[in-house]
Design a protein around this ligand. Sequence first.
Ligand code: G3H
Ligand code: 13P
Ligand code: ZN
Length: 323
Amino acid sequence: GLVNTREMFKRAVAGGYAIPAFNFNTMEQMQAIVQAAVETKSPVIMQVSKGARNYANGTILRNLAKGAVEYAKELGCEHPEIVLHLDHGDTFELCKDCIDNGFSSVMIDGSSLPYEENVALAKKVVEYAHQFDVTVEAELGVLAGVEDEVVAAESHYTKPEEVIDFATRTGCDSLAISIGTSHGAHKFTPEQCTLVNGVLVPPPLAFDVLAEIEKKLPGFPIVLHGSSSVPMEEVNTINKYGGHLEAAIGIPEDQLRQAAKSAVCKINIDSDSRLAMTAAIRKHLAEHPGDFDPRQYLKPARENMKKMYIHKIVNVLGSDGKL
Ligand code: G3H
Ligand code: 13P
Ligand code: ZN
């Protein structure tokens, strides 16, 4: 069945790689994730956001994830390691509902709350979750939003002086931190970037803050949200075939590669999957205007996502061959 994150994080921290955490909302994403994980022999975290539950229905997504384990076995993987994780749970009730309904891991995101409230909420979720051997991710520090004036403002970063108190008092199994990543396909404005050989290079992640955190909590599992790279190739394809994405800039993959070697053992990627899917669908429909069977364009979309997932696993996170 599904597994929690405990053992896989321990191995990932020790081995200097990170487990991919891919969001999914559709059957095609689930299939592509499982195919990629099986072909690369990688453990994988399949995560469901509140928005995903609203879109697809929680019962359907949960059963897709349970089906994913059987599907992996059908594809020839004897012992798949698949986690079903709630992404950005915002209340105890939502976390409890997922724990009661077969999730093997949950995130309680109290990062926007005052410190003491974040501690109290995370602790409550941990106490409930651990009775059922469900692991809990909590968050400290606020990720910059697209709408923020100062993206990656230092004041948003996780404060290293808080992490020991937070991890000890909450009992959380992993900690999501803020060191300059953010959600979505527009993580930086062009003005924040430097032009190097015709490519806009965003400011680097705050590896000094990460190092401070690691010093306080040696070997403790650290999570990075907002880690899509926003591949230029996919953005260009989308724009070539009728889309209009401006200033789409993500986290350079070498930064993620570097992070994966540290105690960062879970890297969240959602936007890159959306871009891969949309690029393939736009291209297919532009080249085959007569097609109207969803299978005709969802098949290349699934293939393109799978290619992206494999690339992340093998060339960025290094979780291949770790089953
Ligand atoms: O954290 C954000 C994830 O990419 C999920 O996004 O809330 O639109 O499903 P969503
Ligand atoms: P991206 O938007 O960078 O893919 O981040 C996804 C994420 O953090 C999900 O929790
Ligand atoms: Zn996130």
